[in-house]
Design a protein around this ligand. Sequence first.
Ligand code: GLY
Length: 335
Amino acid sequence: MRLEELHQKVAEASQVFVLTDENVAPLWLSETLHWLGCKSSVDIVIAPGEQQKNLKNTQKIWRTLTQHQADRSALLINLGGGVITDLGGFAASTYKRGIPFINVPTTLLGMVDAAIGGKTGIDFDGFKNQLGTFAEPLDVVISPIYLSTLPERELLSGLSEMMKYGFTHDPNLLKVNKDNYQDYILRAGEIKRMVVKNDPFDEGSRKVLNFGHTFGHAIESYSLTTKQPLLHGEAVALGMGAALWLSVKERGLDVEVLQSYMKQLTVLLSGVDGLPAETDVKPILKYLSQDKKNKNGQTRFVLLDRVGSPVWDVEVKLARIEEALEYILDKASIR
Ligand code: GLY
């Protein structure tokens, strides 16, 4: 959508609400409202972090909308990373059966994945994205200007999601690093949009976007119970290592792909202290058992036959899953 069209959508809204967090608000809130042509807004500012993607904050958004008598022509602008766009999208898509929302991702991860594709959600009872909807934003506004204030750890977290597309679709994206990632942002978004267009409701081919995420979500959920929570992309980086290991064992993937990735993993995790030394595979397995792709109690994975040739819904024996987790927890030197 061009800027004039965006201005028009904002002007047409009966009221504009903005959801953002305490880190982003002082840096970007007024500037963003200014260039979106928004003259008045109700701002909802929450604390940062994955722990905020919860029912309490969803209620806070619903309550603010209700208190301001928002009707179905009200607009919610979600300004922030994946937590903000997931949470805001969920609240918007359920308020009065859905009001329009615009995602303005301020993190690399948001720009290449979370803000695109209409998955919304919150965590519940310790499980990631346990409650959610499919609801397409009115628009996703990508501006690299926001990356100028992004902490290095967040940047590395986004690079992991970009590499995911390297494994599943375009090997060029395996070349991303801290110096060249700007050149690949559009390509990553293009792949995401193409995949979502072909399978918007995650019934088949979209599942490949979960490469590394089955392990990743479980590792992330576990880490959130510790004093050293990982960022989403850091957990996915570990998850991709485990998924590559499984791909070598189960699908005959060339072991060099795994070996080469393990060198890059050290860089992707360079901002991480690590999981607690006592980390064991057992609690992580408990989270795997709640993965949304499971069927009849069986955990199913996205694996690779080759780089660019992913397969989904692959069932793997529990002993192998445990081995893959042991491998990644040891090799990543995080315990
Ligand atoms: N992040 C994976 C998906 O949108 O399907």
